[in-house]
Design a protein around this ligand. Structure first.
Ligand SMILES: Cc1cc2nc3c(=O)[nH]c(=O)nc-3n(C[C@H](O)[C@H](O)[C@H](O)COP(=O)(O)OP(=O)(O)OC[C@H]3O[C@@H](n4cnc5c(N)ncnc54)[C@H](O)[C@@H]3O)c2cc1C
Length: 419
């Protein structure tokens, strides 16, 4: 019988916890390099219902490189413009072309898309075609045994891996093992959301644009989604409640409670809020900045590492960046990649990802304050906010211009030169 190859001689056994946007993208990106990941997902099937996601160029350029461009384009909508409006009068505060005149693609060399989460999941899951995907596996515990990690699942399965990647979302089990505590925090803001057929929104101006309606202590964001662009995904955020007592995302609300923060707002906003029965509010949770993203042979990606307020629409986009970065660094490991190489790879990964995601997290908090500026802030503060919104592309273009793959390759090349 031939000897079992040691960890120092063969490609690392990679276990990804979580088959969300990050886990699926990572497996696809690794496959492109001939590396195989095994995904363990708690759900019995990959299903994401009723919500949408906005994908910006920093993610769409990566999904296109993974060969998903045509499939994604078929289920997505490109907004005509990005518009900031006064939530009550509906006046345009600032507007920038996106699809119009090809402005966004010209600047960032990749599209901006609104897409149903279920469709995105189907595009990613369809490309993976079930390869290495283990559904119904909820990670219960992990531990290090020598150079390997031992994983125990609630269904009784036990496996070993050379590297564990925690793509298990904001309430990550892997993060708890790495940091020794729970770093998730309620943001003090909550949201109502829905997907509304365009026909129910007769008062909506510029229905094909992505629009922020701003007002005191609240804002509403929406964009068209789907290959036909016939629905609007909206996301209405309010300050409060002060505390969140449930350990779940969702909390039941009284009838019409969702309208309380939007009294006197533009009819388009009210139509959206009222188009669907609303019985729940979403608590918005964030991950506190982590000192370290890895321990032993386990490392974090996506929401487990940097869940953020969604006001730059960057949670999924930065998760896709993480996945691509990890895949490029893993692909650069020497063929005989051993424990030391994995350690170096994880340090390099954290070095590449921590500052960027922390900056976006912080910026999302600042944007929350701008979007929710109360009238009591006074006319000068409101004018400053409007001026800030008018500089949106200059101030935040760096988020969309980022090229995760090129950055990772550059770092890997620098590292090999240094080695
Ligand atoms: C209301 C809302 C709107 C948003 N809008 C946008 C947007 O427009 N643009 C954007 O970029 N981002 C947006 N985001 C953020 C985005 O959804 C997340 O950042 C992104 O999904 C993170 O991907 P992930 O793979 O890290 O985690 P997830 O997509 O949450 O996936 C985690 C996966 O891990 C699985 N899992 C969890 N625990 C275990 C376990 N113990 N064992 C096995 N599996 C486990 C889960 O079932 C899940 O499938 C929004 C978020 C919210 C809440």
């Amino acid at each position: 019988m031939p000897p079992t190859p040691s960890a120092a001689r063969r490609a690392p056994r990679i276990a990804v916890i979580g088959g969300g946007i990050g886990g699926l993208t990572l497996a696809l990106a690794l496959r492109r390099h001939g590396l195989r990941a095994v995904i363990y997902e708690q759900a019995a099937e990959l299903a994401e219902i009723g919500a949408a996601v906005a994908l910006s160029a920093n993610a769409t350029r990566e999904l296109e490189r993974l060969g998903l461009g045509a499939a994604l384009a078929a289920v997505s909508t490109e907004p005509t413009e990005l518009i900031f409006r006064d939530g009550r009068s509906g006046a345009r505060v600032a507007a920038f072309p996106v699809r119009d005149g090809g402005a966004y693609r010209e600047r960032f060399a990749a599209p901006y898309y609104g897409v149903h989460r279920a469709d995105l999941q189907k595009v990613l899951g369809g490309a993976l075609a079930g390869e290495g995907l283990h559904l119904g596996h909820r990670l219960a515990a992990l531990d290090q045994r020598g150079d390997a990690m031992a994983l125990t699942f609630e269904n009784g399965a036990e496996v070993e891996a050379d590297l564990v990647i925690g793509g298990d979302g904001v309430r990550s089990v892997v993060r708890r093992w790495i940091t020794g505590g729970d770093k998730v925090r309620y943001s003090g803001t909550s949201a109502f959301r829905g997907v509304v057929p365009m026909g129910l929104l007769p008062s909506l101006p510029d229905p094909q644009a992505i629009q922020f309606w701003m007002g005191p202590e609240a804002h509403l964001l929406h964009y068209a989604i789907g290959g036909e662009a016939d629905s609007v995904n909206f996301f209405a955020v309010v300050e409060g409640p002060e505390t969140w007592t449930s350990d779940r995302w969702l909390a039941g609300i009284a009838r019409a409670e969702h309208r309380a923060g939007f009294a006197g707002w533009h009819p388009a906003v009210i139509e959206m809020l009222d188009a669907l029965p609303q019985s729940q509010r979403w608590g918005l949770f964030v991950t506190d900045p982590l000192r370290r993203w890895h321990r032993g042979r386990a490392v974090l990606m996506g929401d487990s590492a940097h869940a953020m307020l969604p006001h730059h629409g960057q949670g999924a986009n930065t998760t896709i960046e993480d996945a691509v970065t990890l895949a490029e660094l893993l692909a650069e490991l020497p063929a005989a990649g051993g424990a030391c190489d994995l350690d170096r790879m994880m340090r390099r990964y954290q070095g590449l990802r921590q500052r960027r995601t922390r900056t976006i997290q912080r910026s999302a908090w600042a944007t929350n304050r701008l979007l929710h500026l109360p009238d009591t802030a006074g006319p000068e503060a409101l004018a400053r906010r409007d001026a800030r919104m008018a500089r949106f592309p200059e101030d935040f273009g760096w988020i969309h211009a980022f090229d995760a793959r090129a950055t990772a390759l550059e770092a890997a090349a620098g590292g090999s030169r240094a080695a």
